[in-house]
Every structure is written in structure tokens, then in C-alpha cells.
Design a protein around this ligand. Structure first.
Ligand SMILES: C[S@@+](CC[C@H](N)C(=O)[O-])C[C@H]1O[C@@H](n2cnc3c(N)ncnc32)[C@H](O)[C@@H]1O
Length: 174
């Protein structure tokens, strides 16, 4: 990925299916909920969520995105590689909600087995997980991996003509 070019062309406004999906993700979450974002990128979605009154722990694997968000929004972004689960020790270690938009499609199903295990361990009981994935992935297989990690899909939004399926999931408990 050429990150400067990506940043230049990335949409700056959250709209369409993704906006409805994020609104549903936030519905019912108390304002003091802890929210972790994996692969924040340009920070568009974290900004939207924070403007609604929810603080977000923003993370990304690439320093360029950290620098971009610091300049654009004066926001702190932490370096985090979801495959290595390298969450800095000064951050909360578990969360009420985790968002990963347009990140998990970069991995194989084998990688996803490990990643979902990691994310499940990072979610509090009853916590929410929202991610989208391209439609080439078999959603039944994804559902089965999630189920093995005590996570259930409770909504899938897959609009005809769009390449993404948007999922809302919850971890058992509470
Ligand atoms: C297509 S961008 C999406 C950015 C943002 N979530 C959005 O929807 O605009 C993918 C993001 O995932 C990040 N990423 C890629 N591999 C990652 C990894 N192993 N751990 C964490 N983030 C990763 C990239 O740096 C990039 O910010």
C-alpha cells in the first residue's frame, strides 16, 4: 500500500452502509464503554464515533497513519499489529467493543483463526465486535471460527452490488 496516496484518496466522510453499520454497533453501548479500533487508517470512523461521545483507542500497524491522525486531528494513535497482538501495556487490555473496518480482508482464513482468538480474548464478556470482510470469504466458515471463540454473529449486512459484508457480533457472557 502506498500510504500517502491512500491517505490522499481515502473518503473523509462516513456514509452509506458503513455508517448504518457503525450506528448499529454503537446502539446500546454506554458512553463510558471502552472501544478499541484496529487499523484506524486515516481516523475517519474514530472521529465519527468520538463526535458521538465515545472515546476510542485508535491503533494501526503503520507509523504513517499514526502521524497523519496526529496532524489531522491531534489524536493519539497506538502502533498495534493484530497478528502479533502487540497492544501497549499502558492501554486497557480488554474492551467492551472492537471495530476493524476493511482490515481483516488482508488475511487468510488460517490467519483469521488466530486473529479471532486474539480479538475474543480482548473482548469483555458480552462485548461487541464489528468488522467487514469482502464477499469472497465464506461467511459460514467465518461464523464457525467465531463460534469456536464464543462469538456469535447477530447481524450481517451484505448489500447487493457492494464488495463488503458488514458484520456485527457479540461475545457470550454477562
Ligand atoms: C484499507 S485500510 C482501512 C482503514 C480504516 N479502517 C478505514 O476503514 O478507512 C486497512 C488498515 O489496516 C491496517 N492494517 C493492516 N495490517 C494490519 C495489522 N496486521 N494490524 C493492524 N492494522 C493493520 C492498515 O495500516 C490500514 O490502516
Amino acid at each position: 500500500m502506498n500510504i500517502p496516496v491512500y491517505i490522499q484518496h481515502a473518503p473523509t466522510v462516513l456514509d452509506g452502509t458503513a455508517k448504518v453499520w457503525i450506528d448499529d454497533f454503537l446502539a446500546g453501548l454506554p458512553k463510558e464503554a471502552t472501544i478499541l479500533e484496529i487499523g484506524s487508517g486515516t481516523g475517519r470512523d474514530a472521529e465519527y464515533i468520538e463526535r458521538k461521545g465515545y472515546p476510542v483507542i485508535r491503533t494501526d500497524i503503520h507509523q504513517e497513519f499514526v502521524d497523519h491522525q496526529r496532524t489531522a486531528y491531534e489524536k493519539q494513535v497506538y502502533i498495534y499489529d493484530v497478528t502479533k497482538d502487540s497492544l501497549p501495556p499502558n492501554l486497557p487490555q480488554t474492551y467492551d467493543a472492537i471495530l476493524a473496518r476493511s482490515v481483516l480482508n488482508h488475511f487468510t482464513l488460517e490467519d483469521l483463526k488466530k486473529i479471532f482468538m486474539t480479538l475474543a480474548a480482548r473482548l469483555n464478556p458480552g462485548g461487541k465486535l464489528a468488522f467487514n470482510i469482502t464477499k469472497e470469504f465464506d461467511l459460514n466458515e467465518i461464523a464457525s471460527i467465531l463460534k469456536n471463540n464464543q462469538i456469535q454473529i447477530y447481524e450481517t449486512r451484505a448489500v447487493e452490488g457492494e464488495q463488503w459484508a458488514y458484520l456485527l457480533c457479540g461475545k457470550k457472557g454477562k
